[in-house]
Design a protein around this ligand. Structure first.
Ligand SMILES: [Zn+2]
Length: 108
């Protein structure tokens, strides 16, 4: 595998060409693949908090959240061939998704 360094055309970071696709680094590929799922995750998370806040049963929303998180894991595994790296990406994504509600609350 070639170890030439190229510049990612999205973020400008220098990355080994073996990691890049379409001249874009893995970080950018994962971020784009996660955008829609993350938005859906944030929507459900807020919905669940509303339900809980009003004393309603939020179990079904919890299950939907679980499915979204599984899909995030699948997408990441599809992009990242290295298992350790895939797990690291997923951990970061889930942490950010679960914290996002504090930053973007009220926007959508
Ligand atoms: Zn990039």
């Amino acid at each position: 595998m070639s170890s030439i360094l190229i510049y990612c055309r999205s973020c400008g970071k220098q990355v080994p060409s073996s990691e890049a696709k379409d001249r874009r680094c893995l970080d950018c590929q994962v971020r784009d693949a996660m955008a829609a799922l993350r938005a859906e995750h944030a929507r459900l998370w807020r919905k669940r908090e509303r339900y809980r806040g009003s004393g309603a049963n939020a179990d079904s929303i919890g299950r939907q959240l679980g499915r979204i998180e599984n899909r995030m894991a699948e997408r990441i595994r599809g992009l990242v061939s290295n298992d350790e790296k895939a797990a690291e990406y997923l951990r970061t994504e889930l942490e950010e998704a679960r914290q996002a509600r504090y930053r973007i609350g009220g926007i959508r």
